[in-house]
Design a protein around this ligand. Sequence first.
Ligand code: FE2
Length: 180
Amino acid sequence: MLYELDDFVSDCRSILARDAGPAGREEVRTRLERLLGNPDFVRQYCGKDVPQGLRLLYEDPKLGFQILAHINDKARKSPPHDHGASWAIYGQATHYTDMIEWERVDDGRDPGQAELRPAKQYRLDAGHAGIYQDGKIHSIDYPDKARFIRVTGTNLDRIDRLRFDLATGKVHRMTAQQAT
Ligand SMILES: [Fe+2]
């Protein structure tokens, strides 16, 4: 039996209802890898015939988490950013994403200024999922046609998040679902 989107949704609901903390999210991450191991799912939701754009696959009315398909045509390199008071799981469907996780090395006293240092760098290949817990800062860099599924604890459009300018150290607030 192939693991389908519906199975993933029901697993997310039961896991996160029981444990919405880091351990529960880690379970969601492993289930997302299982979903990405279903070639029919990847073809249907992230295949070459799926039009470019951001598509909401599921939003839980009670728990608030979202499952989104990021169908990219063009390569993109994001600035470092967090996910505000949420968390995010990125599951690579096609091609790859180069991830950098950053840590702040300033004292955090100036809300408009930050100094970041790369803490971890790795390539997320198709079929793999990475998790970014509360407050984690990361940046993403992917080639043309790289597509991924993202699960977030809440709709990120509704919460404040931070974006960091590496050249100047400036901290910007972001609200739109940009920079993923
Ligand atoms: Fe992100």
